[in-house]
Ligand binder design. Sequence first.
Ligand SMILES: [Zn+2]
Length: 305
Amino acid sequence: MESFSLRNSAVTVPLSLNKALTRTVIRGLTITLVLSLPSLLHAGETGHSIWGYDGDRGPHHWGKLGPDTSLCEKGMNQSPIDLLRTRKTTLDDVQFSYRDAPFHVVNNGHTLQEIEPLSEMAKSRYPKHGQTVLHFDKDSTIVFDDDLYLLEQFHFHTPSEHTIDHKHYPMELHLVHHNERHEVAVVAVFMEEGKHNTFFETFLEHAPSNVGEVIDDHNHTVNPMNLLPERKSYYLYSGSFTTPPCSEGVIWMVLHDSIEVSAEQIQKFRALVGHDNVRPIQPLHKRFVLESNFEKATTMNATKK
Ligand SMILES: [Zn+2]
């Protein structure tokens, strides 16, 4: 079983990486960063994470970890879910506008995630998330349902959290966004075994192997647009964070089409995280899952706004 305490270990730097790349072991600082992310609210409050993916800190115990995590057990709109039963309809395209950002990859013990820089404008619009380091003034955004959402971070799960007819993909990408009212929209992309993925490789090269470690590389940029499939039709439902405190009201857009990564890359990611990071499927209860009508989704271009 994986220990989730932030380790005070010495860092070995594989020097194949760029010289300008800086790698830092941070303990107190990690807490500041992860606290700005609702999904990780409970990570490291006492210097170690109180939840994990196995044993008595695992998903079946999340609801009992503290007063703020009771939704994990009692919530009626939890994620992930199985996506077999859907209602096909016409859904507006999501308008993606992702920009290049310098690498700022965090190993928080639960996953590897790239934290997006926020501009001054975004900082004033999204004061709650203003703790993230500012790098430049162009933000990555999506427009969904006439609402502008800012990309905060993206991270990966293995195997996939969502399933189709209870079948998991080897991995799943989560791109986490917030709008001005701090409502959350997550775009999820299934990752299947196939061709080597050059973009994912660059991410893996910047992935810290120790918990609590951060890799900053201001000489290279990352653009998550490269991780999206060409066709962006999707499943849509209302759910929650898949990690404590399991807050609800999260808009989930799970793309139909998957992207490919090689078996070796899946292996590499698994080795870096050291364990599966997947929450079991949650009951749908009275929710509906909407699904883009394929033909229409490909020809339609949402031009509202
Ligand atoms: Zn996730």
